[in-house]
Design a protein. Structure first.
Lengths: 413, 939
């Protein structure tokens, strides 16, 4: 299904912009970072974060869901996509259930072959109004934040768009630019709404999904109003996107045991055999996931599909001191009420998805109630004092309650 | 991958609370606590081993640090010098002497810094910690536990908190059952837990590794594995037993057994001879019961007092297991060859007396009596081998089994029948001798290709199996009978008949299946979760029978042209089928995973039977063509961390093709009480059944509840039934007919509940068995239904206290009834059995046990029979390694053992008694040689 979506969006051409250009990637400012993930150290939660907040999501018959596959923070609301129930759920900033958009609310057309089912969503703003846009097999459907159906639309870009320069620059992934008969496809596109021009970076073959297998969870991650990182498959480079250009910011060198063969991308031997390669070489890191630069701290995420439990994958690298800290060695303390801030080592929510969001200077992740109650039992000796929201949940909820959102604010100094 | 995580976390959590496991005798106790920290990496160490030793270096207590790096020991002596050792993989051992000062109850050591080991330096092991936690594996280090020199692995496990060795050999770690117990990563002599636990000395063991092994095809059903890692050089071993027993009435038993093991090869040799009903049917039972026994609390391998007759048996066998790649730990990279040979020779003397009541019509019954005495000899050779090869997605299994059997017997019969007025109407006495031998070869090969790990591959699964079964043999039999009609002597008949039978059978069977057609045809498309499968089955049979029958006429035997025959049957059955399945899956992450699947199979069974005989009326060709659909519904509900329940419902159709002996048999008139006739017009029977299976597996840590139920109901259309004509002299002609209305229902269930108390274990079990049959039959032309109903309920309670005392109580109630509507007859029988057994270990060397069972048999006709069997035994072990044993046993102390059997047939009720083994006393001497590792002198 995912591949189907990619194909659909690649074919969606943009037409409202007149000027196209192919951008050159500047690498003059590039820094080479040598990182050995296994040498990472630990730290206490309060050494790295200013605030940790647990928001248990209300459990009612209607609001019961599996886990958080996607999260959008829209003002004071959390919008959640749950793959188990194929529903979007809206909770307020205290975790109280607001509404749910599930299959019963989706509209199926007469000409639709199958009943509409959701495959994901985007939260967008149009004409100053917030909408939840549901992806279905046949179209996309607009809902208000209260869960009211608005309209159906056929053509749509499924990728989130990142805006810079107060909305004058839009950064979009995977667009095709037509020149005469030929179309060229670019992974990253900077669209200047004032100058009405588009610069495309990283060309790609639009048949790439059919020709080969691509494993990884990179993409665009915005960490400042006018700065974002981009990373792509089988590549250890972090590219920095600014309103004007895309440049190579960091080139990572990993220990030999974690590194892909030099000819991994070019050698035809690996084409469509990458799964077998990763199965045999479980310590090899495929590429970089969503990464962020906050103050001196570079939040890095390494991805690999055959997960070696001892491999440290989520790291914080200090670009000034080159100190390396691993998330799995973080020590809970009173700031987090002696509860871990991720479910690493117990569940797989953080291992699989990394941060669900970085919004308003805060990271968002989640873990299951199964994990939460186990963590609480383990910290029983700590006699932690919980804030009322959490205290109440721990009293009234159980291991089968909805997941808990974990929000933490990194120190930037 | 998720489960191993939960499990190991569970292990860590539970092991961190071990501090109460051992107690000191000091009147005042204190607490020591602290935090283990790696300051180089700036984190606390989770699951580091913290051990407390007394001044004499004996272990006082140990635990793993918790998730915050903390440890806390309570109940420690105050004012005494103690030593604290902290160890972790990859770190230098931290060591410090500590004393809880008098007048204080807690000593807080605060943060203890442990340093990573410099890899260039040689590892210096100061003291091995009792337990370590290494990459998802919990390791129990044998050297840290000081036990007797003759202690076994079982003795060691009993000393490890949170590990329980149950009375039935099952091992649980934090309440979770260890599904497989390996030695150096391999099965050890058939994988029998008791053989492993009670034979491997603790001193041969380096460590026990406990980890979770998830099944790739079914990751939710992961299983716990315990691997015994032997010390280097200790992987070559031998162990065995030699035992001699002699008792009253000249009863005897001799058995010997030796087992050798190397990393690649395992070999067992065994032999036993006795006259006390200890002749098991397979080599595994024999090996299990003739190797070293720990001083457990269980009672087993007593003579089988239920076995009928007086039996003298000699058995011998050899078993070999060869591993081609002993180092491989992957489930999909194994290849091994195993082979065994088993010889048994038994001599038995059987006496049987039975009384039957046959109802002809209301108030018209025949009473028959028969007494049978037989002496027989049976010699059997059996050889099996099995080869397994697994690599990646391919699995090949080839097995072969060959048996060669010889038997002879001679018996005499006294049979008579009387009428309602108790008047003897006929007698039918006789004698017979029988010599037969047969050979049987079975070959089975199966190949499977299953690839579910690579989502890109469209061809997922192909399975094929081939079976071949060949048998041939011959029988020489002589029957002498004299039928006397006391009312009409003109009907008297005398026979002296010789039978010589040769048979040759060849059966072949091929079954091929291609599953997951959806992927093959449509790739990763969803297709609303529908999937397909095609299968084909071919069964070929070729049976040849040659009979030469002679009758004594004057002084010479003359060929009986009617009964002598040469018959050949060829049969082919082809069953192509297509299945369509649909799957519904519902899951809520970390909460539950539920699955519902339906499968419908449309299959056609095309059968052809060709009979060729020198008798014209047996030259019959038959074709059958039947639609044999099957349908199944499977439901499973997995609740994270609590329990797993599964239910399945299956509808099945099976076809019963009439054999030539049902269609057109040759009727032998030697036994006039039972003349078998056929029916050329018989058609095939169709058995339509629905079976249900319910299963629950408890995943909680203690006080588990597990159950298993299965049941089936069936309806047989055109069932082949008896149509009997019985005259007043009990002469019976059995014809066959097709009839509808044959039904059956059966149910089996067992429930197990266990409770763990502080130092004791309590287990409850309940099993239920219910059977119902409604069988139509014709009796002298009258159509009748016979309803047979039987139940069997058994409850058992098992109590064990440490390794000192065990008590088991059982109570069972079995009922059976048979009811003939048309004939207005009802027969009933109730059997009650109560049992109690107890075992007490006075010392590690001396133990006594006793068991008693009370049996009560209450038939609706005839007398109530009660008898009690009481056995008692005393064992004493001696020599340094407890390798020698003397045992005094008293069996059936009350001399009451009897064998009573009540059987209700379609229109008969039979009560029979048989001769059985009775009271004896015996003295047994046994010696158990054991050696693990090479002798130091030999090196």
């Amino acid at each position: 299904m995912f591949r189907k979506l990619i194909n659909a969006l690649v074919l969606a051409l943009i037409s409202s912009f007149q000027v196209y250009a192919q951008g050159k990637i500047d690498s003059t400012e590039m820094l080479t970072l040598r990182i050995d993930p296994q040498s990472a150290r630990g730290a206490t939660v309060s050494q790295l974060f200013d605030e940790v907040k647990f928001i248990p999501l209300e459990t009612t018959k209607e609001s019961l869901f599996g886990n958080i596959a996607e999260l959008k923070v829209a003002g004071k609301k959390f919008i959640i996509y749950d793959y188990d129930t194929r529903a979007v759920l809206v909770f307020n900033d205290e975790g109280k259930f607001v509404t749910k958009i599930d299959a019963t609310k989706l509209h199926s057309d007469k000409e639709d072959k199958e009943k509409a089912q959701s495959y994901g969503f985007r939260a967008i703003q149009e004409d100053g109004n917030d909408y939840i846009v549901m992806f279905t097999n046949n179209n996309i459907q607009y809902f208000t934040m209260e869960g009211k159906f608005v309209k159906k639309v056929k053509n749509f870009s499924y990728f989130d768009e990142v805006t810079m320069s107060d909305g004058n620059i839009a950064v979009k992934q995977n667009l095709s630019i037509k020149k005469g008969k030929d179309s060229t496809f670019y992974k990253v596109n900077l669209i200047n709404k004032i100058k009405k021009d588009t610069i495309g970076y990283f060309t790609f073959d639009n048949k790439m999904w059919e020709k080969d297998d691509w494993y990884g969870d990179g993409g665009i991650s915005q960490y400042a109003p006018n700065a974002a990182f981009f990373s792509t498959f089988y590549d250890y480079n972090l590219y920095k996107i600014t309103p004007d250009a895309v440049s190579l910011a960091y080139k990572l060198i990993l220990p030999a045991i974690n590194t892909l063969p030099k000819d991994f991308v070019t050698n035809p031997l690996y084409v469509k055999k990458r799964f077998e390669f990763f199965e045999k070489n479980k310590k090899v890191i495929h590429g970089l996931g969503k990464s962020y630069l906050l103050g001196d701290h570079l939040y890095l995420r390494f991805s690999n599909i055959f997960w070696d439990k001892d491999q440290k994958k989520n790291l914080i690298y200090n670009i000034k001191t080159s100190e390396l800290i691993s998330f799995q060695d973080l020590e809970p303390d009173s700031l987090s009420h002696f509860l871990p801030i991720t479910d690493s080592g117990f569940g797989y929510d953080f291992e699989n998805r990394g941060f669900l969001a970085y919004e308003g200077g805060k990271f968002y992740t989640s873990y299951s109630s199964l994990a939460m109650f186990a963590f609480k039992e383990r910290s029983a000796d700590k006699k932690a004092k919980y804030p009322p929201l959490l205290e109440n949940y721990l009293k009234t909820g159980d291991r089968k309650s909805n997941p808990v959102l974990v929000v933490f604010q990194p120190k930037t100094k | 991958m998720r489960l191993p995580f939960f499990l190991t976390i569970g292990i860590v959590c539970l092991f961190t609370s071990l501090s109460h496991a051992q107690q000191t005798t000091e009147p005042t106790t204190g607490t020591i606590k602290g935090i283990v920290r790696d300051t180089v990496h700036n984190y606390v160490l989770k699951a580091a081993t913290v051990s407390i030793y007394r001044a004499d270096s004996s272990v006082l207590n140990y635990q793993l640090s918790n998730n915050y790096g903390e440890f806390k020991f309570t109940n420690l002596p105050i004012g005494q010098m103690l030593r604290i050792d902290i160890s972790n993989i990859g770190y230098e051992t931290f060591r410090q002497n500590v004393t809880i000062p008098k007048g204080q109850s807690t000593l807080d050591l605060k943060t203890l810094v442990i340093n990573p080991r410099n890899e260039t330096l040689k590892e210096v092991v100061i003291t091995i910690p009792p337990i370590t936690y290494n990459n998802d594996t919990l390791e129990i280090n044998a050297a840290a536990f000081k036990l007797d020199t003759n202690a076994t692995v079982e003795d060691l496990l009993k000393k490890v908190p949170n590990i329980t060795v149950w009375g039935d050999g099952i091992i649980t770690v934090n309440g979770k059952e260890v599904k497989s117990l390996l030695v150096n990563g391999k099965q050890f002599f058939g994988g029998d837990n008791k053989v492993i636990l009670q034979n491997i000395p603790k001193n041969a063991l380096e460590k026990i590794q406990i980890f979770n092994n998830a099944d790739r095809n079914n990751p939710l059903d992961s299983s716990l594995v315990a691997n015994l890692k032997l010390k280097k050089g200790k992987d070559r071993s031998y162990f065995g037993k030699i035992g001699l027993g002699y008792g009253t009435n000249n009863h005897y038993q001799i058995d010997g057994n030796i087992n050798f093991s190397t990393p690649k090869l395992q070999l067992s040799l065994i032999g036993a001879t006795n006259d006390i009903n200890k002749t098991p049917n397979d080599i595994n039972t024999l090996v299990r019961n003739s190797t070293f026994k720990g001083v457990g609390t269980n009672i087993e391998y007593q003579p089988d007092f239920r076995q009928t007759g007086i039996n003298k048996g000699t058995v011998a066998g050899a078993k070999l297991n060869y591993n081609f790649n002993p180092e491989s730990k992957d489930w999909n990279n194994r290849s091994s060859l195993s082979s065994d040979y088993y010889f048994s020779s038994t001599e038995s003397i059987n006496n049987n007396q039975s009384n039957s009541i046959t109802t002809l019509s209301t108030n018209n019954q025949i009473f028959s009596f028969s007494e049978n005495a037989s002496v027989g000899n049976r010699v059997n050779h059996r050889q099996n081998s099995q080869f397994t090869y697994a690599k990646k997605s391919h699995q090949l299994d080839i097995s072969e089994s060959f048996t060669d059997g010889y038997s002879n017997s001679s018996q005499t019969n006294i049979r008579n029948a009387s009428n309602n007025n108790n008047q003897l109407t006929s007698t039918n006495n006789g004698s017979s001798t029988d010599n037969s031998n047969s050979q049987n070869l079975n070959l089975r090969a199966s190949y499977g290709y299953n690839n579910y790990s690579n989502w890109k591959q469209r061809f997922k699964s192909f399975n094929m199996s081939y079976n071949l079964s060949m048998s041939n043999g011959n029988t020489d039999r002589n029957e002498i009978t004299a039928f006397k009609d006391l009312l009409n002597p003109s009907l008297n008949r005398d026979f002296n008949r010789n039978y010589q039978t040769d048979f040759k059978n060849l059966n072949q069977n091929i079954h091929a299946t291609i599953s997951n057609l959806k992927y093959l045809l449509f790739g990763n498309k969803n297709l609303a979760n529908f999937d397909g499968k095609i299968s084909a089955k071919l069964d070929l049979a070729n049976n040849k029978n040659k009979n030469i029958v002679e009758d004594l006429s004057g002084n010479n035997y003359q060929i009986n042209n009617y009964l002598s025959n040469n018959l050949q049957t060829n049969q082919a059955i082809f069953t192509p089928g297509f299945s369509i399945s649909k799957n519904f899956h519902k899951q809520l992450s970390n909460r539950y995973s539920k699955n519902l699947s339906f499968e419908l199979t449309a299959a056609q069974q095309i059968s052809y039977q060709d009979n060729k005989s020198i008798k014209n009326f047996q030259n019959i060709k038959k074709n059958y063509n039947n639609f044999v659909p099957t349908a199944s519904i499977n439901y499973s509900n997995y609740q994270y961390g609590t329990q797993q329940t599964s239910v399945s419902l299956v509808y099945n159709t099976t076809i019963g093709i009439p054999t030539i002996n049902q269609l057109a048999p040759l009727t032998d008139s030697t036994n006039l009480y039972n003349l078998q006739r056929g029916n050329i017009n018989l058609i095939e029977s169709k058995n339509k059944s629905i079976s249900v299976n319910l299963y629950r597996y408890d995943m909680r840590n203690k006080n588990t509840l597990n159950f298993n139920f299965n049941g089936a109901i069936g309806l047989i259309e055109d069932a082949i039934i008896d149509s009997s004509f019985i005259d007043a002299n009990n002469r019976r002609n059995n014809y066959l007919a097709n009839a509808n209305g044959s039904k059956y229902a059966r149910m089996y269930g067992d429930v197990r509940k266990s409770l763990k108390l502080k130092a004791a274990e309590l287990k409850f079990g309940y099993t239920i068995n219910i059977n119902f049959n409604r069988t139509p039959n014709y009796l002298n032309g009258i159509f009748n239904f016979s309803n047979n109903f039987s139940t069997d309920n058994k409850i058992s309670t098992n109590f064990t206290f440490k390794d000192k005392f065990a008590l088991e109580g059982t109570q069972s109630v079995a009922t059976s009834s048979s009811k003939q509507q048309t004939l207005n007859t009802v027969y009933k029988n109730v059997t009650l059995t109560s049992g109690l057994s107890a075992n007490y270990n006075f010392t590690k060397r001396f133990s006594v046990n006793s068991n008693i069972s009370l049996n009560s048999n209450n038939p609706s006709i005839g007398e109530t029979i009660n008898f009690t069997i009481w056995n008692a035994e005393a064992n004493y072990r001696f020599t340094k390694g407890n390798n020698a044993e003397i045992k005094l046993s008293a069996l059936d102390l009350l001399k009451q053992n009897r064998s009573i059997n009540n059987f209700a047939g379609t229109n008969t009720f039979t009560t029979s008694t048989r001769n059985v083994l009775q009271q004896y006393f015996m003295v047994t001497l046994s010696y158990y040689p054991r050696k693990f590792g090479k002798d130091a002198a030999k090196r």
